[in-house]
Design a protein around this ligand. Structure first.
Ligand SMILES: Cc1ncc(COP(=O)(O)O)c(C=O)c1O
Length: 369
């Protein structure tokens, strides 16, 4: 899909920045956080944002200050960073497979924070019980709602896993689902939101009927967050919304003007109709969602797309649009923001008029285990 019609912000790259660099317009990010918290609050649903999108303690603290009820992570390593940064309620929404080392790390976190982890199979529940029996760890069963990734597909399986957890002396606190099939776009966004809430409400009801004290009924993705936040859902876990990206703009999950993050690059060669930027796969990733064409969009060159990426080269096809001069600096909106923050160490924070105001470390980048 072409981005020509999407009105991305006209980002300004300050002279203080060496390219490639990941830049964030702070006011847009802050507005995104406040909007999500208040929109979910109006629906009486808590916001527990997925921190894999930003991996920054500073941003996590801003999310909590804005009213988020805790954080979500995918890994123990991310969770450790945020506990160290003072966050006291973390949901590792992932079916962890415990080892004695992972058990030691999670037990250490439990001394400082409430920690919930996911489980998605009976074998996983047995593994969990083996390593964490008698601890204060909280457990949530992952439900498959249509993405076909992890999670159980039937209420019976969820009940059976819950029983293993309870018999193992651990606290089963609820259920979660991720309606990732929303990323197909179009009608699939509403369908995925409905699928998430349906399986969550159905299974949480069955668990309560069996005497489980269900307090967590957690849905979430950026496209579905506001649509699956129906009565009975306790929290939503959107992550990408904090910065927005090209994919979410194309899906209509947020407005193009809500994109807060871009990768700053420099044009290193011009060979019409192509130009090459110093932003390649090591900055932009090779993430290529089905709903977009190419690896990134350039707000200043709306017809162009990053057609190919090599480690350090991004080959941009101008596609009949204007050409930049060699040496020009360009902003590139990545397709998917979450892996971008995992590849770099700092965010260059900008004012609305493109002045650098701070550098924030990406504390949890590369904390993939
Ligand atoms: C389990 C889980 N929850 C929440 C999210 C956040 O979704 P999004 O990136 O659409 O904001 C993800 C993203 O992959 C996820 O896997």
């Amino acid at each position: 899909m072409s981005d020509i019609t999407l009105a991305f912000p006209a980002f300004v790259i300050p002279d203080t920045v060496e390219t490639p660099a990941v830049c964030v317009v702070e006011s847009t990010m802050q507005r995104n956080i406040e909007h999500m918290v208040s929109a979910l609050g109006a629906l009486d649903v808590g916001c527990r944002p997925h921190a894999k999108s930003h991996k920054s303690i500073e941003i996590a603290q801003r999310q909590i200050e804005a009213g988020c009820i805790g954080l979500t992570t995918a890994t123990i390593g991310e969770a450790e960073v945020f506990v160290e940064g003072g966050i006291t309620d973390i949901f590792i929404a992932y079916p962890l497979w415990f080892t004695s080392e992972k058990a030691r790390r999670v037990s250490a976190m439990l001394e400082r924070a409430a920690v919930t982890v996911g489980v998605s199979s009976r074998a996983g529940a047995e593994n969990l019980v083996h390593f964490m029996r008698g601890s204060s760890l909280r457990i949530a069963v992952e439900l498959e709602s249509g993405e076909i990734r992890t999670g159980v597909a039937t209420v019976a399986e969820a009940l059976s896993i819950a029983a293993v957890v309870r018999d193992g002396g651990l606290a089963l606190v609820g259920v979660f689902a991720h309606g990732g099939h929303s990323y197909a776009g179009g009608d699939m966004i509403a369908t995925a939101a409905h699928d998430e809430s349906r399986v969550l409400l159905e299974t949480s009801r069955a668990l309560r009927d069996e005497g489980f004290g269900v307090t967590l009924v957690s849905a979430g993705s950026t496209p579905t967050a506001l649509l699956s936040a129906v009565p009975g859902i306790t929290d939503e876990r959107p992550g990408t919304f904090v910065f927005g990206d090209r994919q979410q703009s194309v899906l209509g999950a947020h407005r193009p003007e809500d994109v807060a993050l871009f990768v700053a690059g420099t044009v290193v060669q011009v060979s019409a109709p192509y130009f090459v930027v110093d932003v390649g796969a090591k900055s932009l990733t090779k993430d290529l969602p089905k709903t977009v064409e190419g690896y990134g969009a350039l707000p200043a060159y709306p017809r162009a797309i990053v057609e190919r990426v090599y480690d350090h080269h991004g080959v941009v096809h101008a596609r009949g649009g204007a050409m930049p001069a060699a040496g020009e600096r360009v902003a590139i909106i990545p397709n998917h923001v979450c892996p971008i923050t995992n590849l770099t160490r700092e965010l260059v924070m900008l004012s609305d008029d493109g002045v650098e105001t701070a550098r924030w470390p990406i504390d949890a980048s590369l904390r993939n285990s």
